[in-house]
Ligand binder design. Structure first.
Ligand code: HEC
Length: 136
């Protein structure tokens, strides 16, 4: 009886451990970075809409080195050029005139979409929500 109980406990422990291992395998460096990037972009959109200054705190260059859940995503030959195009679009956005901000922001979202279209289409519906429909 006692051994069976111990056995059940250890099976539960193994199950819990695998669940944890599976979760962390899904939360790669790049996934965590992307979540921050998405949140900061959404906050920037809201700030611009409210006529306020957007804040930039993320080290975006990490996009060039962060490990993905699947190596094939970042080793895809489209990845690096799309990442560099995104960094350039961000630079243009950060230095844009207030009157051009919405257009510059949509160009950043275009850069997100371009990479996602070629290496990771899953989040595209979510990213699309970032677009300003009216850029005036
Ligand atoms: C150079 C390519 C590239 C660019 C540019 C890029 N992404 Fe990603 N993104 C990825 C890849 C690859 C993944 C999958 C990460 C993984 O599997 O580890 C991802 C994952 C995501 C996810 C899913 C995170 C999760 O919770 O699973 C979101 C949301 C996301 N990106 C939003 C954005 C937004 C918003 C932008 C632009 C501001 C952007 N991405 C720009 C390549 C890119």
């Amino acid at each position: 009886m006692k051994t069976r109980l111990i056995c059940m406990y250890s099976m539960a422990a193994v199950a819990l451990f695998s669940l944890f291992a599976f979760r962390s395998a899904n939360e790669s460096e790049l996934t965590l970075l992307m979540r921050d990037i998405f949140d900061e972009a959404m906050a920037a959109k809201q700030a611009i809409a409210a006529g306020e200054e957007p804040k930039f705190e993320i080290d975006l260059d990490a996009i060039l080195t962060a490990k993905a859940t699947v190596d094939a995503k970042t080793s895809n030959p489209n990845y690096r050029p799309r990442a560099e195009a995104y960094l350039e679009a961000m630079e243009a956005f950060k230095t844009s005139e207030v009157a051009q901000r919405k257009k510059a922001f949509n160009a950043v979202v275009d850069a997100c979409m371009a990479c996602h279209r070629s290496v990771c289409p899953g989040p595209m519906m979510r990213i699309q929500k970032l677009y300003f429909k009216n850029t005036d």
